[in-house]
Design a binder for this molecule. Structure first.
Ligand SMILES: [Zn+2]
Length: 257
C-alpha cells in the first residue's frame, strides 16, 4: 500500500481518536484505572496493558491474556463491566486483540488452518447470564468481541462474532467457588442450539472473555464448541488472575460428567 493510501486508510481512525479525546474533555471523564486526569485511560495505566501477552495452558485449551488482573487493570475492568464505563470498550478490545493474535498464531501452525483462520474465523463471546444482562442492560463481552473482530479484520483476518453459547440450566454464582467447584458448577451448563451448529462446523474458533480466573468457564465453553463440530479452539482474554497452582479442571469436568 502506498503512503498516501495508508494515510487515507488511517484518516477515519485519527478523526475518531480526536473526537474521543474531545468527548473525554467535554464529559470530564477521569482515567478508569487511577481516577486522575481528563482522559478515559491515562498513559501511566496504559503501561499495564502494554506487556507481551502470556499463555496459560489449561490442558485442553490455551488461553492468552494481555495483563494481570490487578491494580489499574482490575479497577478499569470492574468499572467497565459493572459500572458506567462502556467507553473503555475500545481500549480493552485493543488489548484483547493483541492476545487474540498470539492465540491465533498458535493454531495457525499449518497452511490449511492458517487459511481457515484468515478466511473464516469465528469469535465466540463467553456466556454471560441473563440476570447479568438484565442488571447491566448490555452485553459487555459481546461488545468487546465485536470491537476485537473489527481490529482483526483491519489486519486481514475475516472474523465474525457468533454468540452461540446458551445456558442450559442455572448455575451458582461463581464468586467464592474454588477451581474444582467452578468446574463442577459449569459442567453441562452450556450448549449450542442446533440452528447455530452449521455455522461452526470445521471453523476455527476464538473464545473471548474479559478475565480468566480458574479457566472453568472457558474450558467448558471450548468443550461445548468442539462437541458442536467446531475446528481448533483457542481463547483470549484481556486479563488473567495469578494462580499459585494450575488446577486440573479438565479432570474435574470429566469426573463431574
Ligand atoms: Zn490512569
Amino acid at each position: 500500500m502506498s503512503a498516501s493510501a495508508a494515510r487515507h486508510r488511517d484518516a477515519p481512525g485519527r478523526w475518531s481518536a480526536a473526537l474521543i479525546d474531545l468527548a473525554d474533555l467535554v464529559l470530564a471523564r477521569t482515567c478508569a484505572g487511577c481516577g486522575t486526569g481528563r482522559t478515559r485511560w491515562c498513559p501511566g495505566c496504559a503501561t499495564h496493558l502494554g506487556d507481551p501477552p502470556r499463555r496459560r495452558d489449561l490442558g485442553t485449551l490455551s488461553v492468552w491474556s494481555t495483563a494481570s488482573y490487578a491494580g489499574p487493570v482490575q479497577t478499569a475492568l470492574v468499572a467497565w463491566k459493572d459500572r458506567d464505563r462502556p467507553d473503555l470498550t475500545p481500549v480493552l478490545a485493543a488489548a484483547l486483540g493483541r492476545a487474540a493474535r498470539c492465540a491465533l498464531s498458535e493454531i495457525a501452525s499449518d497452511d490449511a488452518v492458517e487459511r481457515a483462520v484468515v478466511a473464516a474465523l469465528v469469535i465466540v463471546p463467553a456466556r454471560s447470564s441473563a440476570s447479568d444482562r438484565r442488571a447491566r442492560g448490555r452485553h459487555p463481552v459481546r461488545d468487546l468481541a465485536r470491537d476485537a473482530a473489527v481490529g482483526l479484520s483491519r489486519r486481514g483476518t475475516v472474523a465474525r462474532v457468533l454468540p452461540v453459547l446458551r445456558q442450559r440450566r442455572g448455575v451458582r454464582d461463581q464468586s467464592g467457588l474454588d477451581a474444582r467447584e467452578r468446574a463442577v458448577n459449569l459442567s453441562g451448563a452450556l450448549w449450542v442450539p442446533p440452528g447455530w451448529r452449521g455455522r461452526l462446523v470445521g471453523r476455527p474458533c476464538l473464545l473471548v472473555d474479559d478475565v480468566v480466573t480458574t479457566g472453568a468457564t472457558l474450558l467448558e465453553a471450548a468443550r461445548v464448541l468442539r462437541d458442536a463440530g467446531a475446528g481448533p479452539v483457542v481463547a483470549a482474554t484481556v486479563a488473567a488472575t495469578e494462580l499459585r497452582r494450575p488446577p486440573d479442571l479438565a479432570g474435574a469436568v470429566r469426573r463431574a460428567d
